[in-house]
Design a protein around this ligand. Structure first.
Ligand code: ASP
Length: 328
């Protein structure tokens, strides 16, 4: 397990580009470089919002929108495709001051995180799914997603062909084995922020797992699983949705803190809780507390991520192999 805690003070923003098996595919260094460049831009967008005194939910939405628009990561325009080759996206957002909104299995919006914010601000609901979410995005006049980029379509065709050639019948109960072989999870995006006045926000956005069943919804739009915020901490999670939901990983981290654990211990407990359901290599988390501590933790091969605060920034692919000596 890799985990790192930084004392950052406020304001601060952290973002991630998904926990997964980054080095499995050829040319991963180039992809990682691009992801880090996008993470830098996302941090700049989120941090500028914070320094202009925008509330932290605007900062996490600004940061996540950059990641969704990049096409490089598994969210928004770069979303992973389901078994039928369609993008069905999930996103969720929560703050320490009462805003909660999420959308699931939506196909329409370019920026699902923006739609989740509208659910929080403009409706009585917390989670809107499927065609209803699409319709809401249209009525609100949000920008449509547009065509799937060619490199995403190409990856879909390759994965499908590989799966067929392997002679394995497609059984979704083989989720884990498929993931190990083809790297179906990863590249989901998220952000957490602490404003100078001590308020917190978290947001997560994804296309979900490659070749998922149409209609499958993961942890990302589920409160307490893929995202969570209370008066102490804001959390964004990534990894195997089915496992993260069982562990309620983001809520667990917050509850550990409430029970008196330090941030690093709370992050580790959340990762361990997920591992009890799915073994190693299943989850990544970013979290920031109201006391100005930030944590990045994962038990996967890598989790490209970054933090930006008044005195510095820290952006890295965070390969587990590079950090094995530092992690316990
Ligand atoms: N958690 C996401 C899901 O299961 C996938 C990911 O984080 O890459 O939908």
């Amino acid at each position: 397990m890799f985990s790192k805690v930084i004392m950052v003070g406020s304001p601060v923003i952290l973002v991630h580009g998904g926990a997964g098996r980054w080095t499995r595919r050829p040319g991963w260094e180039k992809r990682a470089e691009k992801a880090l460049e996008v993470i830098e831009r996302s941090l700049n967008a989120g941090y500028s919002a914070l320094t202009e005194n925008s509330p932290p939910h605007e900062a996490v939405v600004a940061a996540v929108k950059v990641l969704e628009d990049s096409g490089v990561l598994n969210a928004g325009s770069g979303s992973a495709l389901n078994l039928l080759g369609e993008a069905e996206m999930d996103a969720g957002l929560m703050t320490s001051y009462g805003l909660v909104g999420a959308v699931a299995a939506t196909r329409y919006p370019r920026n699902p995180v923006e739609l989740a914010l509208h659910v929080a601000l403009d409706t009585d609901h917390l989670l809107v799914a499927g065609k209803g979410a699409d319709r809401l995005a249209e009525v609100l006049g949000l920008q449509p997603r547009g065509e799937t980029p060619p490199h995403v379509r190409k990856r879909y065709e390759e994965m499908l062909a590989e799966l067929r050639m392997s002679g394995e019948a497609f059984r979704w109960r083989r989720l884990r084995r498929l993931a190990e072989k083809y790297g179906v999870a990863g590249d989901t995006v998220g952000a957490v922020a602490l404003s100078a006045d001590g308020r917190l926000a978290a947001a997560t956005s994804t296309g979900g797992i490659w070749l998922k069943l149409p209609g499958r919804v993961g942890d990302t739009p589920v409160i307490g699983a893929g995202f969570y915020a209370d008066e102490n901490v804001a959390v964004s999670a990534t990894g195997f949705g089915e496992i993260i939901m069982r562990a309620m990983a983001s809520l667990r981290l917050a509850e550990e803190l409430r029970r008196g654990a330090g941030l690093e211990e709370a992050c580790r407990q959340a990762v361990k809780a997920a591992e009890r359901f799915g073994g190693e290599g299943v989850i990544g988390l970013i979290a920031v507390t109201r006391w100005g501590e930030a944590c990045l933790a994962h038990d996967t091969e890598a989790m490209p991520s970054g933090a930006m605060w008044s005195e510095g920034r820290d952006v890295d692919v965070r390969l587990a192999s590079q950090f094995s000596k530092r992690s316990v």
